[in-house]
Every structure is written in structure tokens, then in C-alpha cells.
Design a protein. Sequence first.
Length: 131
Amino acid sequence: VKYGWPNFKKVSFSHRIRIEERLFEFYDKDQEDITNNNTVRLRYALSGKTIDFDIFQQKIYFGAGIEFFQDLAKDSESFINNSRLNAFIGHSIHDKISYEVNFVYQNSRIYLNDDLKGTDQILRIRVFYEP
């Protein structure tokens, strides 16, 4: 579910809620076997995006967002991608085509009782077409 609100003159905000099911296979050194884990989690994202600015005769926009993840099963032991931050710059090539360069920073852990172990820094390029 995606909902755009509030919208201002030069910046608009978007809220997105997702429910997803994921299947993981972990190798547990203590048990020397593979532990399968099927999780259902809730994802909530809040993002903001500017209008297109005319920079060097190109339509350029900026944005940022944050996303949180929460397992819905009470007995789940795994938890991946605790939170995610991103910032992006985009270019509107045409009314229907644009692309973005995103920098994503996310914290991760495998099990609930673990500390945040993984810190990922991702550079992502996204292409959009709106018919």
C-alpha cells in the first residue's frame, strides 16, 4: 500500500507499507546443520522527493527515505535488515522516463539476540518508466 501525503509546493512525501514472506537457510556452526527459517515481516518506508529543478538545462530532482522492518511472527529468531536509509539524485529524461542514483546505508543482523553486525553501503541505479 502506498500513500502520498503531505505534498508541499516543492517537496512531496510518500508512505509505503508492505508485508512479505521470506525463506532463509542458515548454517549453524553449533548444530552443524542447515536451519530453515520462514519469516513474515512488515516493512514501512517514508520518503521525500523534490520537484524537478532546472539545473544545466536538465530536469534534476533529489530525495531521501528511511525504511524499518519488523517480523510479525512472535517465535521468529531471525531478523534481517533492521533499518535502511537512502538518499538519491534523479534525472527526468522525458515525461515518462527517469533514472536515479541511490546511496543506501543499512544495518543488519541475523538473529534477534545478536548485535547489529552488518552495515551495508550500496550504490544503486534505478530506471523508471511510467506508461
